[in-house]
Design a protein around this ligand. Structure first.
Ligand SMILES: Nc1nc2c(ncn2[C@@H]2O[C@H](COP(=O)(O)OP(=O)(O)O)[C@@H](O)[C@H]2O)c(=O)[nH]1
Ligand SMILES: [Mg+2]
Length: 301
């Protein structure tokens, strides 16, 4: 088993896609226990640039990602997509439309798309997400695009995985700027106003810009308008990512104590939850129960 496991990570490292897919399945199942079998995951030699794309359902995130993949590929960069979205391609109940949006990249070995479901991920999505992106580092991808639905605490947590976060909004979300989750505003390095072909797009982006200026006093956060369906504005979006990728900052930030602690917290929590689960599973009698707590009892005495 250990020989097989070893070769699995070696194959994934060499860019073997089926091996990577199997490695990810093992990671989802076994969590941090995998570090013993695949120690190279703990400190990968290569680091992929992780871009988070978040926003409400239907904002056009998948369509934008489809466009971005094409541009990264045109620059010779290998791209992995991690879709943390129940309606994303390859997850159960995948929307046919999503398959079509990504389909042009299905046979490209430089593109790897995987959805991350809550299934089998004991200890929460974010620990699985951290492990998955580590595998993408190992497999030497240049860029990881992380799609999440920008609602809820879990999704915000998953965005800690990213080196850079783009929040995608649409003109229809106009009345929600005021009510926009403070967390979403804080994590955004870039705002994308997609569906710029829709009426009210200009007004919406101006309003958004004004609110950002108010909140940030001398806004640093960039705003890009796109129409994902025809690719308009996507070059500007790509240029922003490409420029950020070329800079050193994200590598430094990834090794900041804040990021490392957030990751350690997610992984340790999942590890503890697994430990609790296995000790629980071992209980089928009062003696078993006693055995679990016997150590504690001795300490109390
Ligand atoms: N009019 C218009 N429709 C778009 C645009 N971008 C995406 N869509 C459509 O919006 C719908 C949802 O897109 P999708 O990428 O699945 O959104 P997601 O849920 O954020 O991933 C699809 O029908 C897309 O074709 C755009 O820029 N303009
Ligand atoms: Mg989507």
């Amino acid at each position: 088993m250990s020989d097989q496991s070893g070769s699995l990570s070696k194959l994934a490292e060499a860019g073997e896609i089926p091996a990577l897919a199997r490695l990810l399945t093992v990671l989802e199942r076994d969590g941090t226990n995998c570090f013993a079998r695949f120690p190279e995951l703990i400190c990968p030699q290569h680091q992929a640039f992780r871009i988070g794309i978040t926003g409400p359902p239907g904002a056009g995130k998948s369509t934008l990602i489809g466009q971005l993949i094409g541009r990264f590929r045109a620059h010779g960069l290998r791209v992995a997509v991690m879709a943390v979205d129940p309606s994303s391609p390859f997850s159960k109940g995948a929307v046919l439309g999503d398959r079509i949006r990504y389909s042009q990249h299905f046979n490209d070995p430089g593109v790897f798309i995987r959805s991350l479901g809550s299934r089998g991920s004991l200890g929460g999505l974010s620990s699985s997400a951290y492990l998955m992106v580590r595998a993408f580092d190992l497999a030497k991808f240049d860029v990881v695009l992380i799609e999440t639905v920008g609602v809820g605490q879990t999704e915000l947590e998953v965005m800690n995985v990213a080196d850079l976060v783009a929040v995608v909004l649409v003109p229809e979300s106009g009345d929600s700027i005021q009510g926009m989750k403070a967390g979403l505003l804080e994590i955004a390095d870039l705002f994308v106003v997609n569906k710029a072909d829709r009426p009210g797009a200009d007004a919406f982006s101006h309003e958004l810009e004004a609110s950002l200026n108010l909140v940030q006093r001398g806004s640093q956060t960039k705003l890009v308008c796109t129409t994902a369906t025809n690719g308009s504005g996507v070059d500007e979006l790509f240029a922003f990512f490409d420029e950020a990728l070329a800079k050193k900052e994200w590598r430094e930030r990834r090794n900041s104590s804040q990021r490392l602690r957030a990751e350690a917290q997610a992984l340790l929590r999942a590890q503890a939850e697994r430990e609790i689960q296995s000790r629980m599973d071992a209980i089928s009698s009062a003696e078993d129960f006693l055995a679990v707590f016997a150590t504690n009892t001795r300490v109390i005495k």
